[in-house]
Design a binder for this molecule. Sequence first.
Ligand code: ADP
Ligand code: MG
Length: 680
Amino acid sequence: MRSHAILLADKYPEERTLLVQFTHIDSYDPDLASYLLENPAKSLDAAENVISSLLPAERSHVKLHFRIAGLPLDARIEIRSLRSKHLGTFVCVEGLVRKATEVRPRVLDAVFKCARCNSELHVLQEGVLLKEPLECSKDVGGCGRAAGSTKFILLPEESTYEDTQKVEVQESPEGLRGGAQPERLEGFLIDDIAGKISPGDRVILNGILTGNQRSGPQGKSTLFNIMLQVNSVEYREHEYDEIQITSDDVEKIKEAASKGDIVKEISSSISPTIYGFDIEKEAFALQLFSGVSKSMQDGTKIRGDIHILLVGDPGLAKSQLLSYMSSLAPRGIYTSGKSSSAAGLTAAAVKDEFGEGRWTLEAGALVLADKGIACVDELDKMSDNDRSAMHQIMESQIITVAKAGITATLQARCSILGAANPTYGRFQDEQLIGDQIDMPPALLSRFDLIFILQDKPNSSRDWSIASHILKAHRVGERRKLDHTPEGVPDAEVQEESKLVEPTFDRDFLRKYISFAKRVNPILTDDAISLIREEYLRIRKGGEEQGASVPITARQLEAYVRLSEASARGRLSPIVEKEDAERAIRIVGHYLMKLAREGSMLDIDRITSDMSHSQRSHATVILDIIRNNANEAGVVSLDEIMAHASKLKIDETEVRKIIERLQRGGQIHEPRPGMGAYKAI
Ligand code: ADP
Ligand code: MG
């Protein structure tokens, strides 16, 4: 201990902490360990004094902190379970950092000057309000005047300070039972541990729980808030460490993986009460596993997370699917694009009560879902601020906040599962997706998969869905009773209950997913050539003169991520042909639905605001305007229509293109509302 302290003291002030594992204290003296948990303030003080006394005289200025980490699991207390009996004790809480203030100094030893006699007085500070001397004490050579008959002036340069930071942690969503609101706790960090925590981090905070008296306009209250004087911080690196897996579980997991098509089995366990959506659920299963994230030799990072967007008519169980997914995924978060908090989906710097005058960085949903899945309902309703930050998040998976002197980069390495409603209520097949939802094409192109859910009446399918929903309701009703009453066929109800029972229950699935995420599969030659062939096959369609660009390298990456996820799902260390085939089938489904133009694919239908054919129409219309202009350079709309109809471009299309050309600054209407245009 002594030699350790001396070594540390040599590195002072860069190193200011002696960190001890709790288990060491416990194995040295269990009584001391439990005394420490009950009387932390005294014990830590004593320990710090001992450390100082061990140091040689020339190091007497060194003040080392004594910090303890690695508390046993049973010492961990959930934030919602903190009670008055915990006040003053050493507690250990686990949570997700929502807010963190800037690091600012706090005066520790304030030095004052007596305005009458100029002698200097030291006052040790605690609490938030500055304590001034009560008198100019004669003991330290002062004039003895009381505070009322002199003035004390603070000498900032003479005083000593320490760094402080305030954070707010909230319970991890995993620990929450069914829809409970996560509770929050404030933590106070001092000196060398201040400034290391950022919003979105998963941390374990060890420290002393203290009461903080509330004060209102009527004076001091008998009610207290609680806050944690943080002694040490531990970080959670991996999302999969949060789920405990026993060796028994591992056996079951391996057995499940060895039988049949496990990815299919898992997809059918996602929201079994929701009928259909087979291919979507298969994609969801892959999203749960996600592809392999890579950091290359040159420092580039390639995301492994799979982003999926559901666009669909109302009442098609989108919200249901999303909330189910958020409950399955490790670190899953369900949120709405219309989030009410200042941080929204991304992050914000705010100056509010929490920061007590300092700026606070607050994490939004996507930062809180770091290394998990963010299920964002009504994604099209997000704020403009979020919209611009989304590009960065979806590709580089970070968000930079720059405001009022704060520049911070927060990690948001999450997969996004978004849902959006078409602007005009229902999705129209022929129209571009960019025209139908309120999201910029550049953002749409960043999704690996976009699924369109349409509600088209079809009697045989409707029969199946209706039967499924009705049976599911009956099973739910039956679960409330201890026997099936007369008039309802018992055997049938039993049979129906199997229909909506998942193959794997939620707990097992969560374990399976966290186990599978430790596998990092690598592509085989077979898989590479299969994906390459598919890519080349589709690209070939674009080689003809004047043809559209069918797909881009972005889709190529989607193939890779989905195949990796499929291999992970099988717990396979290699990505094989069957994985590539699955990826090709799923991406193919998406492209055929959204990017088909005649018998060809045209990726511009998704990733830009004009399809290839519209773009060529746009050139035609621009030519019409140029060639038919009168002396003033103007052409009337009627005339444009007449020419366009000869070329078989219909009226709505012409109007749409004119609007776009105007927006793009290529033409303008010299007198608004006159219905005539001029090329620029
Ligand atoms: P959305 O978010 O797409 O507007 P919701 O998730 O609110 O739709 O779903 C509406 C209701 O319809 C839910 O209660 C859901 O269970 C039910 N529902 C819709 N489609 C199906 C389906 N295919 N199978 C079972 N239930 C369904
Ligand atoms: Mg909904």
